[in-house]
Design a protein around this ligand. Structure first.
Ligand code: DHB
Ligand code: MG
Length: 227
C-alpha cells in the first residue's frame, strides 16, 4: 500500500499550535532567529528550516554530548546553525556546508546578526566536494541536505567521527512515505538506504523519532558511534 503524505491531515493546525506553545515556553526565538526566517523567505528559500523546538533539541544535543566541534551538512539560511552555534562553549565551532552560494551569503548575514559568526565556518560547495577537505573528528554531525545523497553523507560522517560522536539525520519520515519500499522518489530511496546503513553498521547504535508539529509529520534519526 502506498500511503499518501499526510501533511493535509486535519490535525496539522493543532500540531502547529502545540509547537507554538512549547516554543513560547521552552524554546523562545529571539529577534535574530525570527529575522533569519524572514530573510530566508525573502530570499525565496524553501521553508525547510527546523522548527524552534527542533532547533532547541539540536542545541540540547550539543550540550548533552559536550560537543566542541559540530559539522552540519546543509546550511540553507543558517537557522539550525544558529541554534547549535549558540549552544557551543566559547572555544566551540560549527562547520556548515551549503551548495548554493546565494543561500550561503544569506546564512552568513544571519549568523552575523545572531552574533555567532565567530563560531560558524560556512563552506560553500557541494557537500561531496567539501567533505573530503575537512579534518575530523567532529563531536556532533547533523545531516540535513539533499536526501538522495544521505548514504554518501553518512559514509563521510563516519570518516569524520570518533567513538562517541552523535550523528543526527533530519527528515527521515517524509509524511510516512519512508515505509514505501517500492518508492521511486529519490529522497525516500536515499532515506531508506541511509536507514539500512544505520541498521547494519555495527559501529552505530541508532534510533528514529517521528515528530508532528508546524513542519507536519516528519522525524529524525539519532545515532552514536561506538567504535
Ligand atoms: C525537505 C528537506 C529538509 O531538510 C526539510 O527540513 C524538510 C523537507 C525536503 O527535501 O523535502
Ligand atoms: Mg531538514
Amino acid at each position: 500500500m502506498v500511503r499518501k503524505p499526510d501533511y493535509q491531515n486535519s490535525d496539522v493546525p493543532k500540531w502547529a499550535s502545540v509547537d507554538a506553545y512549547f516554543s513560547q515556553k521552552l524554546a523562545p526565538e529571539d529577534t535574530a532567529l525570527r529575522t533569519t526566517l524572514a530573510s530566508n523567505a525573502e530570499a525565496g528559500m524553501p521553508t525547510h528550516d527546523v522548527s524552534a523546538v527542533q532547533g532547541k533539541f539540536l542545541a540540547l544535543l550539543v550540550n548533552l554530548s559536550q560537543a566542541k566541534r559540530v559539522l552540519e551538512i546543509g546550511t540553507l539560511g543558517g537557522y539550525s546553525t544558529i541554534w547549535m552555534a549558540r549552544a557551543l562553549p566559547p572555544n566551540g565551532s560549527i562547520t556548515t556546508i551549503e551548495v548554493d552560494p546565494e543561500r550561503a551569503k544569506v546564512a552568513a548575514k544571519n549568523c552575523e546578526m545572531a552574533q555567532c559568526s565567530d563560531k560558524v565556518d560556512i563552506r560553500t560547495g557541494a557537500a561531496t566536494e567539501v567533505l573530503p577537505q575537512l579534518q575530523g573528528p567532529y563531536d556532533l554531525i547533523f545531516i540535513d541536505a539533499d536526501k538522495p545523497n544521505n548514504p554518501t553523507y553518512l559514509e563521510w560522517a563516519l570518516k569524520l567521527a570518533r567513538p562517541g560522536t552523535v550523528i543526527v539525520g533530519d527528515n527521515v519520515v517524509r509524511g510516512g512515505a519512508v515505509v514505501d519500499e517500492d518508492s521511486q522518489d529519490g529522497s525516500v530511496r536515499g532515506v531508506r538506504a541511509f536507514i539500512d546503513m544505520l541498521s547494519t553498521n555495527e559501529c552505530l547504535e541508532s534510533t528514529a523519532m517521528q515528530t508532528v508539529g508546524e513542519k507536519g509529520w516528519d522525524g529524525m534519526t539519532i545515532s552514536i558511534v561506538k567504535s
